[in-house]
Design a protein around this ligand. Sequence first.
Ligand code: URA
Length: 275
Amino acid sequence: MPNLRELLHFYAEAGVDTPLEDVPIDRFSQVEVKRAPPAAASSPATEPASTPPERAQTGVASPALAKASVPDDAKIAMARQLAASARSLEELREQLAAFDGCNLKFTAKNLVFADGDPTASIMFVGEAPGREEDLEGVPFIGRSGQLLDRMFAAIGLDRTSVYIANTIPWRPPGNRTPTPLETEICRPFFERQVELANPKLLVALGGPAAKALTNASDGILRLRGKWKSHLTPSGMEIPVMPTLHPAYLLRNAAQKRFAWRDFVSIKMRLRTLTE
Ligand code: URA
């Protein structure tokens, strides 16, 4: 029988690092309740028959479970409709903050919408926030963000001259990969964010961002260093440079030379577009 410390360690390793409720819910007893014959029908019920078991136990409906009954297609359609109706980045942020259709929202501590100058000529896009970003609600402030700041400085940029966002605005629990459904639900918001920011250049940090922006199926090691194009929902084309993610560079320092080449190319293109 593992002790509590080992059990918690096992959960953390498996990505279970955030409680959804203040009070634990015994799902096994709920299954038993469902299976039990409807004897309660003849005796006066203390809870209305439609009260979900989790509400009966905790007094608070789990938002994640409450939304689970909405079909996936409806969540994607709702995301599209909301995103398309946002007329400014501020409105889009408010809509995302109020949107309950993505389960990642219920495990994240904060919405991580953007950092930097939304009117900047260049927009950097990562995949999803990590732990530090989730705690502060600001993208790229952990170790990989600190490396990104140094990469900006190497080509004369900083957080006041760039706009930074992620394809997914909530931290996936335990930093797991977002599921295809989570990605599809967040996509309309992300695409609208790019469209409203309307940068002259985009930089995709890592494979998932490159895929989201260019639809390319190749891996980032093949894609990096070559200019591609992002087509916005309203038909605008924005040049995209796919490059290596700073978290990858922290683990593979020898690859920094490739990122450096990409950043030189970004600097030159930015100069031709802004001078
Ligand atoms: N990695 C990302 O892709 N985005 C962040 O905001 C932080 C780390």
